[in-house]
Write a protein that binds this ligand. Structure first.
Ligand SMILES: Cc1cc2nc3c(=O)[nH]c(=O)nc-3n(C[C@H](O)[C@H](O)[C@H](O)COP(=O)(O)OP(=O)(O)OC[C@H]3O[C@@H](n4cnc5c(N)ncnc54)[C@H](O)[C@@H]3O)c2cc1C
Length: 411
């Protein structure tokens, strides 16, 4: 059973909500009045438990069988909860996916408290930055040798790691958690690591990824494989579409199936699906240039493209060699005031040649990749996108071998 909170935005959970700068009502995606004007039959607190695509029926946990003409699957993901010896039933073990999760962690983040974060992905590192700004002693435990390197390359991974260390985070890489020790009374007391060390903890945040919410589709005949599998029009079966974190769709530009857990992608994919529902005679393929941002300390990192598995990551603007300790420790300035985020005044520069600045307020679109075999072969020299700073002192972008359409060979 889900709770009765109206739909809310998740990116502020690890930033403004956790820092205390915002309270829950500010996260609402729409005001009650706006929601009323939509005339939705919104059934909060009700879970879908099954679907019968042949009969076009959705089963709900209150026993209702809901007929549909079109079904949009938008059930997102949930936090992965790894099995850690000693963690079950121990107080002070957190995940961060929902408003309730954030509200449970928020009062624990006080100066002098010790927080161990397991996993240096976006949720883990953003929480580390927010917690440091509140004076919490943070240890960040990461299994890989360099956080973010797999996704963003060594340069940016190194920069972010240095930035966290400069702000006082104890970053421990190349180790994993082997157990949790609790104190008398059942609250967590320490985390045990694979190198034999022990880190004292008042709270532990498990930030080790997510799992698509697809179990309710079991037995439906829909193709589920790390997300609901769709074609390029986001169609999973006749009359069934998927959007957002749960959707694994065929991206026609990249020529591969993809599932993207970023806010802008969810909004853009919803627009495409809405169009396809309304204009089945003229469906649009969903072929965005993926975009994400993350706010940590005074750093806003933004990336366009599919920055995985490339040979080279080239910084085209900003100075990653700057001493990160010169960044003051202060709460992340957080999300852009509007959604999706306003775009930087970008000049896309394939081959390093700047094109004229995009008109103000319009989302820049990188050029299409060349047709032909170059799509499948790694580029001989990197294509880079320039992203002038627009949001603070550290709007930087490190680019993969190609911003769009071409997949380089990973290490
Ligand atoms: C802490 C945090 C920070 C983030 N920060 C950023 C950021 O800085 N930048 C960025 O780009 N992205 C960020 N994201 C990711 C972004 O929030 C997601 O990409 C976005 O929320 C995806 O939207 P969605 O609608 O696909 O899924 P969700 O927002 O997860 O919504 C899915 C909904 O479906 C409901 N549901 C699940 N199963 C069922 C069922 N069987 N029946 C009925 N309802 C069901 C869920 O309860 C949930 O309310 C962040 C996410 C988190 C958790």
């Amino acid at each position: 059973m889900r709770n009765l909170i109206p739909p809310y935005d998740r990116p502020p959970l690890s930033k403004q909500l956790l820092s205390g700068a915002w309270d829950p009502p500010r996260l609402a995606l729409r005001s009650p009045a706006e929601t009323r004007t939509l005339g939705l039959d919104m059934r909060l607190g009700t879970a879908a438990t099954g679907v019968d695509p042949a009969e076009r029926l959705v089963h709900l946990d209150d026993g209702t069988r809901l007929p549909y003409e079109f079904l949009v699957v938008a059930t997102g993901v949930r936090a992965r909860r790894p099995s850690v010896p000693g963690a079950d039933g121990t107080d002070g073990i957190h995940v961060l996916r929902t408003l309730d999760d954030a509200l449970a962690l928020r009062p624990r983040l006080r100066a002098g408290r010790r927080l161990v974060i397991v996993g240096a992905g976006f949720a883990g590192t953003e929480t580390a930055a927010t917690a440091r700004a509140l004076g919490v002693e943070v240890t960040l435990v990461e299994r890989s040798a360099l956080p973010f390197a797999r996704v963003l390359g060594d340069t940016v991974g190194g920069f972010l790691t240095r930035t966290h260390r400069a702000h006082g985070v104890d970053v421990r890489t190349g180790v994993s958690v082997t157990g949790v020790q609790s104190r008398p009374g059942g609250r967590v007391g320490a985390v045990l690591l694979s190198d034999g060390s022990m880190v004292r903890a008042d709270d532990v945040l498990l930030a080790v990824g997510s799992v698509p919410n697809t179990e309710w589709l079991d037995g439906s005949g829909l193709d589920v494989e790390d997300g609901l599998v769709c074609d390029r029009f986001c169609v999973a079966a006749p009359g069934v579409y998927a959007v957002g974190d749960v959707a694994r769709w065929h991206h026609p530009r990249f020529g591969t199936s993809m599932r993207v857990e970023h806010r802008t992608n969810a909004a853009e994919q919803a627009l495409t699906v809405a169009h396809n529902l309304l204009r089945p005679d003229r469906p649009r393929a969903f072929a965005p240039v993926p975009y994400f941002w993350t706010d940590q300390y005074d750093v806003r990192l933004q990336a366009y493209g599919h920055p995985r598995g490339h040979d080279q990551h080239v910084l085209v603007e900003g100075d990653l060699a700057r001493d990160p300790s010169s960044s003051p420790t202060e709460p992340a300035t957080g999300c852009p005031p509007s959604w999706p985020p306003a775009c930087p005044r970008a000049r896309c520069a394939p081959g390093g040649k700047p094109s004229p600045p995009a008109p103000r307020g319009r989302r820049p679109r990188p050029r299409r990749p060349p047709r032909g075999p170059s799509r499948r072969t790694p580029p001989s020299r990197p294509l880079t996108w320039r992203m002038p700073d627009h949001a603070g002192p550290w709007s930087v972008l490190a680019c993969p071998g190609s911003g769009v359409g071409t997949r380089g060979h990973g290490p």
